[in-house]
Structures are given as structure tokens and as C-alpha cells.
Design a protein around this ligand. Structure first.
Ligand SMILES: Cc1cc2nc3c(=O)[nH]c(=O)nc-3n(C[C@H](O)[C@H](O)[C@H](O)COP(=O)(O)OP(=O)(O)OC[C@H]3O[C@@H](n4cnc5c(N)ncnc54)[C@H](O)[C@@H]3O)c2cc1C
Length: 545
């Protein structure tokens, strides 16, 4: 077909067909294999259903939820404070689908082993369709262990895991489901939460406090309750601060403005002030950080899963485009150099997913297995650092595969690109993760033991990995010798070795090229620098969306 004068001539215009609807489960071979490997095969049907939904209806809903950004209404027309954020109806539809699908609760409601892995897969699939809503989903999911810790919060724990999305701005008693947020970061300190100035003054009731102060970043501000850090007389504590007081009046929570963010547009992030806001303590005064860290460990896992999902979607879009667009007489996917780029991206995406789901399995097994618990602890920090760090460069490369179209808003790549740096910033930025790895290795002997056990399970399978393990073993044997200034390089090497070890054990065609290109000599600074002798076909075929 010849292009018309307007250029809108379907395939004749040398433009690819629409990407969606596309089943994100059926078209992701590496995902389906990982689900079997990591012990979630009992959840296969549920995951398959969500994959089809995510690549169809959720993908469709996402564009309006992002284009029509949330708006803050501080007052009603009578001048009364309402501190409410309004969203596009598609935001609510996305949230409802995710809650009903179990993306915020499955790990807590299904007692079968593998439930954490299955929930992680739901998070990975959801993120591909719409990452902004993943923020309230992950926080609601991750708050549950802390809520369950406090008998007075039983109703909160039950409603957070009900699988019902109820967006009403109303006291909890009248609601069938609730969402949770978290407030740690203040103007004077984000990474260093001990610098928090918000004060918690004890009230007469058991465990009740009045909180006064602010939070500089406060995402999903329409959540029904928030886990918040504040300074109590006995030190930094963790508190559940609800939007509504138990007596049915609005709590002293004032949304000051919404952040004008680089990306993450479907999700609202606010600045907030607390005016003697009623709150209930969780855990002891002075023990706020350990309580909230339990939540943060789970949101960090979701950062890994989210960035893996982002990579998968960007890769799928790039391959889709390259299979249809022709230049210089051939389809893009037939050009040798483009094949190198796509194959290299495919390696990276598969390695990110493989490590993320391996960590999800460790989280699942942690209550029953001491070594798995130690692995979950350390590998979350390692993986959060590296996978989230790789995402922006990855998405930029995938975007470039679409040429100029990639840079235009109508293609989803521009949105993915804006989202890409975020997982590396929140829930502890890159340096903080690396320092956390050093801290854990210095304090917890089981951390090094768990890492080595994991790495050595692939010993003898690849000479590059064997050499890497030998050098890491020496460093892990003497964690005190690890220098702060060298932490990034060390954690990067650990992450690559862990990814290689998981891939090798899967028998994936990605394993050999991954080891050669990431652990061998002469690692390229950009994607598309694999050895020309690599079997690009095998890698691209495996990743076909
Ligand atoms: C869109 C968005 C939404 C957010 N939502 C929330 C939310 O809902 N709740 C919440 O509590 N927070 C939220 N945050 C805040 C986020 O968690 C923090 O921004 C982040 O933890 C970093 O803290 P900071 O901004 O104070 O930076 P800083 O702590 O000032 O750090 C700045 C940089 O210095 C590095 N750094 C810090 N200390 C060291 C050190 N010792 N050695 C080497 N490097 C160091 C950090 O890695 C970082 O790169 C959100 C942030 C964003 C962008």
C-alpha cells in the first residue's frame, strides 16, 4: 500500500501496528519459566489471567490515568479543609483491578508456599501496564506485617488484605478495604531518617499520640492510613496515622501541595503537615526504624520487580517496532547491529527478572529457613541497587530503537523513560543500598554465608563466574576490609555474579552470553556491545513479545 498525502496509510507508511492488546504472560517465556522454578506454579492460572488483563485493559486505562494528572483540592466550596486529591477515573479502575487481582495482598491471604512469588509476579505485570499505581499497591502490601504486629490494628490489617479497593474518603469502620502510605522523608533528611523532627506527644489513651511536624515527600496521600516516623519521648517511633480519627472527625493532616514530578504521573506525591494529628504507636518508642524497615524491605523488592517490569515492557516495545519497521531495504530486526542491541537488552531484562523472583522466593521461604531469610535481607539491597540503576540506561536504549517515535508521547516509551530513575531514588537511593550491603556484611555473618551458598550453587558452570566467585569469596571473608568508597563497584560485581548464577542454573540461552559480556573482559559501556559471534537469534526469539 502506498502512503497517502497525509502519511496515514497503515502498513504502507512503514509504521508498526498497535502493540496492545498483548498478553504479557503468554508472551514472556522467561517469566513463565521463572514462575515454575521459584515455586509459584500453583498460581499459574491466576497469573496468566492477570498477564492478559495487564496487556489489554490495564494498558488501555494507563494512558488517561497518566495524561490527566492528579489534582489537589485543599478546601471545599465553603472554605472547609478537605485535603483531597482527585484522580482520573481510570486511576481508580486500575487500582480496583489490581486489588481484586491480589497485587496488594496475595502473599498475606494465600497460605500456600509460593504466594510471595505469585504476588511478586502480579507486581511485575502490573508495573508494565501502569507503574504509578504500583506505589500505593506496594505500600499497602508492605505495611501488613507492621499492622499485624499491633493487636489494636487488626481491623486495618484485615481491610488492607481484603482485596477490595474502596476509594471513599471516609473513616475505616465504614470501608470494606483500605490503602496504606508511608511517611519518613522530611526536608532536612530523607536517607538519614534519624534527623526527623516531627514530634509525637503521648495522649491519655494506650499507645495514642498527637503528631506535629511535616513530611517533605508523602506519596499516595489519599491512602486511608500511613506508617509515619516521629520523635517520641523515648526516641524515634513508628505510628499509624489515619486520615480520619477514631471519633469520625478529619485528622490533622494537611496536604500542602503536590510535587510536580519528572514522571510517575498517575500517582500523587505530596508535601504534608501534621497538626496534632492523632496516631497509634506500632512497636516501642525508639524502635521506629526497625518497624518501618520491615515494610521498606518489601517495597525495595518491589522496586526491583518494578524496574524489571519496566525493562521488559521497553524491550517488548523495541522488538515489536524492530520487527515491523524497515530501513535500507530490511526490517530493523534483520540488521546485525540492531540485533546486537536487542539481544543485549534481552539479556539484561531476563537477568533482572530472574534475580528479582529469586529474591521473592527467599522472602517466601524466610519464615521457615534461616539461610533464605539472610539471603532475602542482603540480596534485596544488592538487587535494588543494581537493577534499579540499570533501568534508565536500558529504557533510553529501548526508546532509541524506535527512533524519533520513541521520543514522542504517543509511544509509551517516553512515559517509561520518565519513570525509570525513580526506583533507584526512593526506598533508599543507590549509595544507601550499597552502604546497607556493607553494614549487613559487617554485622550479620549469615549474610556472606547466604551469598556464597547462592553463588556456589552454580560453581563449575562458567569459568567467568568461577573467577568472580573466587575473588568475591576473598572479600566476603573479610567484610571489614571493604571500603565505603569502593562499595558501588563491589555491589555491582555481587549483583552481576548473582544474576549469572541464577541464569546458569535455569539453563537459559541468556546465561552464557550474560557471563561473557558482564563478567568477562572488555565489558561494553553501552548496550549492543556483545561479541558478534553471539547467537542473537536465540536471544531475540526467546524475548519476542
Ligand atoms: C516521587 C517521589 C515520591 C516519594 N514518596 C515518598 C513517600 O511516600 N514517603 C517517604 O517517606 N519518602 C518518599 N520519597 C522520598 C525518598 O524516599 C527520598 O527522596 C530518598 O530516600 C532520598 O532522600 P533525600 O531526598 O532526602 O536525599 P538525601 O538523603 O539528601 O540524599 C541525596 C543523595 O545523597 C546520597 N547519600 C545520602 N547519604 C549518603 C552517604 N552517607 N554516603 C553517600 N551518599 C549518600 C543519597 O544516596 C542520594 O543520592 C519520595 C521521593 C520521590 C522522588
Amino acid at each position: 500500500m502506498e502512503p497517502t498525502a497525509t502519511g496515514h496509510a497503515g502498513t504502507g507508511a512503514n509504521q508498526p501496528p498497535e502493540f496492545a492488546p498483548r498478553d504479557l504472560w503468554a508472551t514472556d517465556a522467561a517469566l513463565r519459566e521463572a514462575v515454575e522454578r521459584e515455586g509459584a506454579c500453583g498460581f499459574r492460572d491466576r497469573l496468566a489471567g492477570y498477564g492478559a488483563l495487564a496487556g489489554g485493559e490495564l494498558y488501555r486505562l494507563a494512558s488517561d490515568a497518566n495524561r490527566d494528572r492528579p489534582r489537589l483540592r485543599t478546601h471545599d466550596r465553603f472554605g472547609e479543609r478537605i485535603d483531597r486529591v482527585e484522580f482520573h477515573p481510570h486511576y481508580h479502575a486500575l487500582m480496583r483491578h489490581a486489588f481484586e487481582g491480589g497485587a496488594a495482598s496475595l502473599s498475606w491471604t494465600d497460605p500456600r508456599p509460593g504466594a510471595h512469588v505469585a504476588r511478586a509476579v502480579l507486581a511485575y505485570l502490573h508495573y508494565q501496564a501502569e507503574p504509578g499505581t504500583s506505589c500505593p499497591l506496594t505500600m499497602t502490601h508492605a505495611a501488613v506485617p507492621a499492622l499485624r504486629r499491633a493487636p489494636a490494628l487488626a481491623e486495618w490489617a484485615a481491610k488492607a488484605t481484603s482485596g477490595v479497593y474502596d476509594p471513599d474518603d471516609a473513616p475505616i469502620h465504614g470501608k470494606r478495604g483500605v490503602t496504606l502510605g508511608m511517611g519518613m522523608t522530611e526536608k532536612q533528611g530523607g536517607s538519614d531518617v534519624r534527623a526527623n523532627l516531627t514530634r509525637a506527644v503521648p495522649l491519655a489513651g494506650e499507645g495514642e499520640y498527637a503528631l506535629s511536624g511535616h513530611k517533605w515527600f508523602f506519596s499516595a496521600p489519599m491512602s486511608d492510613g500511613f506508617l509515619v516516623l516521629a520523635q517520641a519521648p523515648g526516641g524515634l517511633g513508628c505510628f499509624l496515622l489515619p486520615r480520619w480519627r477514631p471519633d469520625g472527625t478529619r485528622n490533622g493532616l494537611r496536604l500542602m501541595r503536590l510535587k510536580d514530578k519528572l514522571g510517575d504521573w498517575a500517582n500523587a506525591s505530596s508535601e504534608v503537615e501534621f497538626d496534632a494529628a492523632w496516631a497509634l504507636r506500632i512497636g516501642d518508642e525508639g524502635r521506629g526504624v526497625p518497624v518501618i524497615i520491615e515494610m521498606v524491605m518489601l517495597t525495595r523488592l518491589d522496586c526491583m520487580l518494578g524496574s524489571s517490569g519496566l525493562m521488559r515492557m521497553a524491550l517488548a516495545q523495541a522488538i515489536h517496532h524492530a520487527r515491523h519497521r524497515r530501513t535500507f531495504g530490511k526490517r530493523l530486526v534483520e540488521h546485525a547491529l540492531m540485533r546486537n542491541v536487542l539481544a543485549d537488552l534481552a539479556l539484561e531484562a531476563e537477568a533482572a527478572l530472574a534475580l528479582s523472583l529469586r529474591v521473592a522466593r527467599a522472602v517466601d521461604a524466610a519464615p521457615r529457613d534461616r539461610l533464605e531469610a539472610a539471603f532475602a535481607r542482603i540480596a534485596t539491597a544488592v538487587g535494588k541497587y543494581w537493577i534499579c540503576k540499570r533501568a534508565p540506561a536500558f529504557v533510553a536504549e529501548a526508546l532509541e530503537c524506535l527512533g524519533g517515535n520513541g521520543y514522542v508521547e504517543e509511544a509509551i516509551l517516553a512515559r517509561l523513560y520518565r519513570q525509570a530513575p525513580l526506583n533507584s531514588i526512593w526506598e533508599g537511593s543507590g549509595n544507601i543500598q550499597c552502604l546497607d550491603v556493607l553494614r549487613a556484611l559487617g554485622r550479620e555473618p549469615a549474610a556472606a554465608q547466604a551469598l556464597l551458598a547462592e553463588l556456589e550453587s552454580a560453581a563449575g558452570m562458567d569459568p567467568h563466574l568461577d573467577a568472580g566467585i573466587a575473588s568475591l569469596r576473598r572479600q566476603l571473608a573479610d567484610p571489614q576490609s571493604l571500603q565505603e568508597a569502593g562499595a558501588r563497584r563491589f555491589v555491582e560485581r555481587l549483583a552481576l555474579a548473582l544474576q549469572a548464577s541464577v541464569l546458569l542454573r535455569t539453563g537459559s540461552p541468556a546465561a552464557g552470553p550474560f557471563c561473557r559480556s558482564r563478567l568477562g573482559e572488555g565489558i561494553g559501556g553501552a548496550f549492543g556491545t556483545l561479541d558478534p559471534a553471539t547467537d542473537f537469534d536465540a536471544l531475540i526469539q526467546r524475548a519476542l513479545p
